[in-house]
Write a protein that binds this ligand. Structure first.
Ligand code: NAP
Length: 274
């Protein structure tokens, strides 16, 4: 068996095309503001992808770059100013943040209507990672309700919100993490297996049930500069029925979801401004 590839690129392109039409109809051209702290290479790649997508569909882009020794109060002030800025309709604080920063406090400062990453508990939006995973599954007409689903990773950014959204879709969800005993025993039960651990080659072929749907959220850059995920793609594709590649799977879906949330944020903020 060779698994069907769950490509996020084609879905992203379709979503971005539709959004371009909607953006032309908006009263005001929206601005997406991204706050990037430090020089994490993966974060820089993500930010460039978001900038490219925004430019491609007519969204203005504002990048606020700060060194890794930025102080908490300076970052808070930046978020408060972006919240007040009428042109800015969506705010993203790129993760990870350095250790001296209280990331949860920063997330809560992003106003719920502009929190297009869905990280403030009061946000109007779902987490873009969770949304991207679920949409990639649904676009391929794969049933979620009732499926035994295992999510590896419990971070507030990816694993946990993905598990919660899958639960909302009526999957039976097991969450695994670094302290989980006998991970293989758990992953082998999964009809749908989502890995968001950030550990290259964590998910091997003998950990996957025959015919399972395998979604790889992990994105790492090797020393050789290659982008890889958590899943041993070459071997797992012979066991799974569907598999998402890295790059080109969940990543493009996250970018598309962010732009969808931005357009929705713009429409609802513009409605409030008479
Ligand atoms: P994170 O905060 O480091 O969380 C990793 C999670 O995986 C933790 O819950 C951790 O468990 C668990 N874990 C680590 N090693 C494990 C192991 N050996 N076995 C089982 N569980 C393990 O990472 P994150 O921010 O969620 O990101 C995860 C990955 O997704 C990264 O590669 C990141 O780059 C990628 N990502 C990609 C995008 C994108 O745009 N494509 C967006 C978001 C995230 P503990 O809780 O016990 O520590």
């Amino acid at each position: 068996m060779t698994a069907k590839i769950l490509s996020g690129k084609a879905v992203r392109d379709q979503i971005l095309n539709d959004l371009m039409v909607m953006i032309k109809k908006l009263k005001r051209k929206p601005t997406l503001a991204i706050v990037l702290v430090g020089n994490d290479p993966a974060s820089e790649v993500y930010v460039r992808e978001k900038e490219k997508a925004a430019a491609g569909i007519g969204i203005d882009f504002q990048l606020i770059k700060k060194p890794s020794n930025v102080k908490q109060n300076e970052l808070e002030e930046i978020i408060i100013n972006l919240t007040r800025d009428k042109k800015v309709k969506g705010i993203v604080v790129q993760k990870p943040l350095p250790n001296q920063i209280d990331g949860e406090k920063i997330d809560r400062l992003v106003s719920p209507e502009k929190d297009i990453d869905g990280l403030n508990p009061a946000s109007y939006f779902h987490s873009t990672t969770a949304q991207g995973v679920v949409r990639l599954i649904k676009e391929n007409k794969i049933e979620i309700a009732g499926k035994d689903t295992v999510v590896v990773g419990r971070s507030k950014l990816s694993g946990l919100p993905t598990a919660l959204l899958l639960l909302e879709e009526d999957a039976t969800v097991t969450i695994c993490h670094s302290k989980t005993r006998n991970l293989k025993e758990k992953t082998k039960q999964a009809d749908i297996l989502v890995s968001a651990a950030g550990v290259p080659n964590l998910i091997k072929a003998d950990m996957v049930k025959k015919g399972a749907v395998v979604i790889d959220v992990g994105t790492m850059r090797t020393k050789e500069g290659k982008i890889v995920g958590d899943v041993d793609f070459e071997n797992v594709k012979n066991v799974a029925s569907y598999i998402s590649p890295v790059p080109g799977g969940v990543g493009p879906m996250i970018v598309a979801g962010l732009m969808m949330n931005l357009v929705e944020a713009s429409e609802s903020i513009d409605k409030q401004v008479v």
